[in-house]
Design a protein around this ligand. Sequence first.
Ligand code: 5AD
Ligand code: SF4
Length: 449
Amino acid sequence: MTKNNVYIETYGCQMNVADSELVMGILQKKGYQLTSEADNANIILLNTCSVRDNAEQRIYGRLGNLKKYKDQNPQTVIGILGCMAERLREDLVESKKMVDLVVGPDEYRRLPELIDTAFTGEKGIGVKLSRTETYDDIIPFREDGLSAWISVMRGCDKFCTFCVVPFTRGRERSRNLESVVDEIKQLSERGFREVSLLGQNVNSYNDNGRDFADLLAAAANVDRLIRVRFTTSHPQDLSDKLLYTIAEHPNLCNYIHLPVQSGSDRILKLMNRTYTVEHYLNIIEKARKIIPGVSFSTDIISGFPTETYEDHIMTLDVMQNVQYDGAYMFKYSPREGTKAYKIDDDVPEETKAKRLNDIIDLQQSISYEINQKMIDKDEVVLVEGQSKKSDQFLAGRTDTNKVVIFPVNDEIKTGDYVKVKINRATSATLFGDLIEVVNPSGEKISLTA
Ligand code: 5AD
Ligand code: SF4
């Protein structure tokens, strides 16, 4: 085994995926290499998530089975990065003796130094949160591909009462606009076709007065062949300017992830979400007027403390009302240190589970209905490669993020935009026939060009 081989496993949100690439960018510059097998590594890192208890339990489980690497080679450095490093630093260092390295999201620059410390036999610990760190100057390590995640902000100032993120990722701060644009330029030169701009609450992006709409417009202008996605939007900060900007640029995807969390005003207030259902629905209506064909996805929590059956029905109502294209649905999980943690977690586990099932069932039938309505329509699809199930089919996505499967064609390659006529649909997938090669706006281009 060569020294300085790093294996990294990533849990949780896309922000962590982007952070793992950042970590590898930092480490490679210092001569470390990435390996895809823990067996070949002398440094094993878990980039962790604390958002719900089951995420943490899974990671603790994984830590348990990493012990074998430590037993095989006591020199192996095992490190915890990310949110759990912030939340559980003492527990990790004191009760999980095999953990040599605990590094939070704002201390990744110090990783090479902290790894050196760990190799000397001491614990390498860096868990300070920063008000300014944005890693603007670091070039993340990315394999070649079609899609890239780019974090444009760090931290969160919203303090939703259920959420641990403001405590594990610290205060909100935005990257410099030019540094994001430069990163997209580099990706464009490498042939990437899709970037997703990430932040806990991208709508409050602010680089010296330049807002998220300005950033999106600048991102869209880099390369018309690159689709630009973004997540997550908070209903409080979503501006008209942003909606008009999305409408204006064909390569800004008509897709907004706008978590509602609950359909009950009383629960929203307890969650400190700072909007009412009425306000939320007004935004949806306005967005649909300004951006024809826009689709929405959401996050929903079932069984927040004090949630009654009536509150739950209101959540189902809001889902019916909006007709989301997709939803991420969770049972409430109490997180120590948050405000909601102080409220009695009084909805029984089985009620939470039952309500979550109702929510999942409803979303599935809504997705099915929405997809049925797409039959006979033409969709512009970015080709991502062979379908997982058969080499006779290609798979790609619409700009509203739906997977489309269609028969292979010798003239079509990964990264092309094509127009596909949809002929069949399930709740998760569209199937269709190729019509022609197009550009991202759906205009026909010659196959031989
Ligand atoms: N319990 C359940 N779900 C949570 N989320 C955040 N914190 C919790 C929690 N304590 C969900 C929210 C958020 C998404 C990223 O995770 O829906 O939007
Ligand atoms: Fe958590 Fe709310 Fe911030 Fe999202 S907006 S990261 S849910 S505190």
